[in-house]
Design a protein around this ligand. Sequence first.
Ligand SMILES: Cc1ncc(COP(=O)(O)O)c(C=O)c1O
Length: 398
Amino acid sequence: MKNTTVSKRLISVPASPIRKLVPYAMEAKRQGIKVLHLNIGDPDIKTPGVMIDVLNKWTENPIRYGQSQGEGKFIDALVNYYNSLGFGFIDGKNVQVTTGGSEAISMAFFAVCQPGEEVITFEPYYANYNSYATINGVKIVPVLTKGETGFHLPERQVIEEKITKKTKAIIICNPNNPTGTVYTRDEMEMLVSICEKNNLFLISDEVYREFVYDGKKHVSILEFMKKYPDKMILLDSLSKRYSLCGARLGMFVSLNEDLIAGVLRIAQGRLSSGLIDQEMASKLSEVKDSYFKEVHKEYQARRDVLYNGLKSIPGVFLEKPEGAFYTIVKLPVKDTENFCQWLLSKFVYEKTTVMIAPAPGFYGTKGRGKNEVRIAYVLNTRDLEKAIEILRRALVEY
Ligand SMILES: Cc1ncc(COP(=O)(O)O)c(C=O)c1O
């Protein structure tokens, strides 16, 4: 018998705006059309060889559980990494290994909020914050950032106006998905100061830390952690940094001992993250600098191809993305949900079409972002050029 009595809160979990169009893409592929995926941040860059070697040489049998906090060897490698960035005060006891940065987001919401409490963030924002907020009974309160100012933060007063008795934290993503914005030192100092004054947690999602272009410097929350140890949380992940999306490894980092002890108890409930994944990722200290240099060069080149190409299409507006590998682009259409669906179901150029994500799913405020899309530049420059040509032709025909 079919049980239809699922919980209301289950029904309230939003579907991923990025994956909504998947059935249309599948149908296009069934018809023999090539789909260029600019809709999802799954990089095509190779995972470092030293990590793949661990898989090739795996002999341990049976495959046991790992430690709930994370495997000692892996935590040591992570501490080494943070220390090498200049944050020598980070110790193994400050790090909880998570099953992807995704689990770290969920833990952070659970750890700082009671059901019904609020977390401020800047829209457009990473859409899965909505999923984890809903799962944890947390309300996301969005503060608008605009394309014209490169999605940089508004004045302090605009942010402080959103603080209520229920506000517990501000969460940022820096470098930003979906906007590509990298917050300046002044912006970070403002956020720290707002949190300090209003007794809020500052949660910084830095899964794209290395992806910063044009010689800009990333200002990490780690720079402020010692000054404000109880209220700072770093969310991190290896998915993008080492092209390890499928390894499902992330980190929750804090100097607040109660927070760390609490998230460890959550981690004990799910026993451990993947043992093989951690063994593999423990090799991160052996990844040569040249790996990052190459990856960085490649993404900056992709960013340039995308930016210059899109800029040359009449009616298209975007600011140059400063980091990560995403950008929000204004298109000369009224409704990008409709346009993106049309691209997949009705438009073909040289047996190819493109899949991009309509931006409304990245806004918390209904009605915003209707003429915007998010583009992920996770393809090589040749495919990107082709994708831009398709978009150019599609916008004329649409
Ligand atoms: C901003 C941001 N945070 C967190 C994540 C979670 O990544 P993962 O769970 O693969 O570590 C992603 C993935 O795309 C992301 O874009």
